[in-house]
Design a protein around this ligand. Structure first.
Ligand SMILES: *Cc1c(COP(=O)(O)O)cnc(C)c1O
Length: 432
């Protein structure tokens, strides 16, 4: 093997040749070589606890043995790996498992569309289809929403920096205030309905994250989601839930909208649907809205059979009580820890946010969240921040993280927060 003899964690190759667009690796510049559930090791052999989970693409951790075995078996069987949208046993297996384990028990009736293998492509498909179904142009998206980086999805995304990259206008989107975002200065859904009564064309769709990931772990309440669903129905608009980050168990149940008792017309999934971190995306469509013409939203990599095989293996976890017990136990540990952080640091402006294992702490000042994230990283953990000003420390451990590793990670974060938040403020208070 002709491999260059770089020193461990040498980043010269990346900084010299890779585009300036790279982002996460700037804060976490090690060269990460191996992963096992919630642990990753860099090239020098240093172990990190992963509370990042590839932004929610690794809900079942790194290299879960059962999922990895499914990948190995699939490769060794000489299965067709790139299937376009041809019929393959792996795709049949995934569709059957998804019906049996996920849709059937929840009484959900959806057609499955496999778009290109990224979340943003699932969102493009959903928006196109909603426009085709209704013959209308505009879609409603919410403050702090993140839906992806391709132009259609980016139009629905609010983040200013992301939008600046477009280089063209991003039209046909109406922006409303997300549930509880009173400071956005935008109209809420009730005000919006009032303006519509004076004659303007109703929207093709509402697209919403029930818990906003990149937008800062904002949680929409069940009554708000129910009002939104009712409004969409009254207006003949399509309700799209973008469950790309919040789905696959991240907020507790498989779908993030289950607790609200709503049934979206279209659901977008990606990130953790393949289970192993392989590219795969899925659009769920109510049968009456499946008005696509054959090939109308095409794509080369819609038949990644390796991802179908690992996705099936991951779905089988949802049939196993041990998986549910560990996930629920972890959710409780995080909930209790958030309460403790609120008690310890609430007076310094630190408040819990999020739901399930999509949890976080909101800091009064973005600089604090940034300093804490750095302090956490110094304690050998992978973590990121979220929110329009990166003011939220985002905790996204694998759902399958071992209890001891979770507790150890939370202790390191407690320590990091104490090192950043308390000293300055204590001095201020003593001086006051
Ligand atoms: C990550 C994400 C997307 C985009 O998915 P990509 O695979 O990065 O294109 C869309 N919506 C939400 C809510 C996401 O978190």
């Amino acid at each position: 093997m002709n491999r260059s003899a770089s020193a461990p964690n040498d980043t010269t190759t990346f900084t010299a040749h890779e585009s300036a667009v790279r982002s996460y690796c700037r804060r976490m510049p090690q060269v990460f070589a191996r992963g096992q559930n919630a642990m990753v090791w860099d090239e020098a052999g240093t172990a990190f606890i992963d509370f990042f989970s590839a932004c929610g693409a690794l809900n079942y951790g790194h290299n879960d043995p059962a999922i990895k075995q499914a990948a190995v078996d699939h490769l060794l069987s000489d299965a067709v790996l790139c299937g376009l949208d041809l019929h393959t046993p792996a795709k049949r297996g995934f569709i059957d498992d998804f019906q049996r384990i996920i849709l059937g028990p929840r009484g959900l009736d959806y057609r499955l569309q496999f778009p290109g293998p990224t979340g943003t492509n699932a969102v493009e498909a959903a928006l196109k289809l909603a426009r085709k179904v209704t013959g209308r142009r505009r879609v409603v998206a919410f403050s702090k929403a993140f839906h992806g980086m391709s132009l259609g999805a980016l139009a629905a995304t609010e983040n200013r920096q992301a939008r600046q990259g477009a280089g063209v206008p991003l039209p046909h989107v109406i922006r409303l205030a997300y549930d509880g975002d009173d400071r956005s200065g935008l109209p809420g859904i009730d005000q919006f309905e009032a303006t519509l009564q004076s004659g303007s064309e109703p929207p093709a769709a509402f697209i919403v994250e029930t818990v906003q990931g990149e937008g800062g772990l904002n949680v929409a309440s069940a009554p708000w989601l129910q009002r939104l669903a009712a409004l969409a129905r009254r207006l003949g608009a399509v309700l799209i839930v973008d469950d790309i980050q919040a789905g696959c168990g991240r907020t507790g149940p498989f779908f993030s909208f289950e607790q609200a008792g709503i049934t979206p017309d279209i659901v977008c999934l990606a990130k953790s649907i393949s289970g192993l971190g392989l590219p795969m995306a899925l659009v769920l469509i109510k049968p009456e809205f499946d008005v696509w013409a054959p090939g109308e939203h095409n794509g080369t990599f819609r038949g990644n059979t390796l991802a179908f095989a690992t996705a099936s293996a991951a779905l089988r976890f949802w049939d196993q009580s041990a998986f549910h017990a560990r996930k629920c136990g972890n959710e409780q540990i995080v909930r209790a820890w958030l309460d403790r952080m609120h008690q310890m640091f609430g007076s310094f402006g630190v408040t819990p946010c999020g739901r399930g294992l999509m949890a976080g702490l909101r800091f009064g000042e973005a600089a604090q969240a940034d300093a804490v994230a750095r302090a956490v990283f110094e304690r050998n953990m992978l973590i990121e921040t979220a929110g329009p000003h990166d003011e939220v420390l985002k905790l996204m451990p694998p759902l399958t993280i071992e209890r001891e590793t979770l507790v150890e990670g939370l202790e390191r974060i407690t320590d990091a927060i104490s090192s950043v938040v308390t000293p300055v403020r204590v001095i201020e208070r003593v001086a006051a």
